[in-house]
Design a protein around this ligand. Structure first.
Ligand code: MRU
Length: 343
């Protein structure tokens, strides 16, 4: 897989996901404002990927600061952090990564600015490397839940594209495939932005893992027909009680899975777990522009001009609908998450 995000020649290089699957294009961000815009415009998306990108954005912004004293430099970095944190509200990985960069900065007060700049860049690279390692680990844990010959329904894109590499839900798929299990993925198209159709199908086809595209509304009938054996999705934020925020439409899949007696698994690294948020009711849900609903990926209108539109980008699946959460530390029931990940 081509890298979703990387530090390249003094810039943050992003695979521009808004152009996929038509074009594989890269966007070289040479200032942190461009990084922030790329996150807001979904050129890079997926909870872990935006966390990694924001960390690199902080490091990038820090390089261009001219301050020579720690206090002045720290004020500059704090402003960059605030700018990047204001891009998208739901995925907690964004705030987790920014906080980690702030902690790194705070621990370097005694160092010269030139050294702090270098260490911030190192830390952002560490966040990226750790993300891939966590995905590989959770992939191995999750693969044990997938049997040879099974068909997996997924929603949105929780793949290599949504992370620094390998993927969460699709990390489990990759690990099962690498173990030689003959599996197949059904990808919900994922209206309105079509991350399933554009991204999940693309990345699985790149790896020659069998994938079949369906529209979101087909999931229930296909579950009833016995075609689907389990559901596997990623997460943008997991609250302390095990409620899961993920792409809009995930809740419907979970309810359908329960109605058909199918397991519904969520795969996520610890950077997605937010123990400071008690339950899903407190997770902020991003509302996006109506144009995402009134046309398909910027194409001609599919609704009357001036139509009233709702466009929440995420929903919350209550813990009772989640069979288990697959993490890099193992597979847990939703109510076990707080104990497992509490410090
Ligand atoms: O709006 P997006 O494309 O950023 O939403 C992404 C999702 O909802 C993913 O399922 C989630 O971030 C998990 S990615 C490993």
């Amino acid at each position: 897989m081509v890298p979703t995000v990387e530090w390249k020649d003094g810039a943050v290089r992003l695979l521009d996901q808004s152009r996929l699957p038509e074009k594989v294009e890269f966007l070289d961000c040479r200032d942190y404002q461009t990084v922030a815009r790329a996150i807001r415009e979904l050129r890079v998306r997926g909870a872990p990927a935006i966390g990694v990108t924001a960390a690199m954005g902080v490091a990038l912004g820090a390089q261009s600061l001219t301050a020579t004293s720690y206090d002045e430099f720290a004020r500059g970095v704090t402003a960059i952090c605030e700018h990047l944190a204001a891009t998208r509200p739901t995925a907690v990985n964004l705030f987790w990564a920014i906080e980690r960069m702030k902690r790194t900065l705070a621990g370097l007060r005694a160092q010269p600015v030139v050294e702090i700049k270098r260490r911030l860049l190192d830390e952002s690279q560490r966040i990226l490397d750790e993300d891939i390692a966590m995905n590989r680990a959770l992939g191995r844990h999750g693969a044990a839940l997938v049997r040879d010959g099974q068909t997996i329904l997924t929603h949105c894109n929780a793949g290599a594209l949504a992370t620094a590499g390998y993927g969460t839900a699709l990390g489990v798929v990759r690990a099962a495939w690498e173990q030689g299990k003959r599996i197949r993925v059904l990808a919900d198209e994922t209206r309105p932005v079509l991350q399933g159709a554009r991204l999940t199908v693309w990345e699985l086809m790149q790896d020659q893992i069998p994938v079949t595209l369906i529209t979101d509304s087909m999931a229930g009938a296909l579950m009833k027909s016995g075609l689907i054996h389990l559901c596997l999705v990623g997460a943008d934020r997991i609250a302390a009680n095990g409620d899961v925020a993920n792409k809009i439409g995930t809740y419907s899949v979970a309810v359908l899975a329960k109605a058909h007696g199918l397991p519904f698994y969520v795969a996520a690294p610890h950077s997605t777990i937010d123990l400071a948020t008690a339950s899903g009711n407190q997770i902020p849900i991003e509302q996006r522009k109506p144009q995402e609903v009134t046309s398909l990926c910027g194409g001609p209108p599919i609704a009357p001009l001036g139509a009233d539109v709702l466009n929440p980008a995420f929903d919350v699946t209550p813990a009772e609908f989640v069979t288990a959460i697959i993490t890099e530390r193992g597979v847990f029931k939703p109510h076990e998450i707080a104990d497992q990940f509490g410090s």
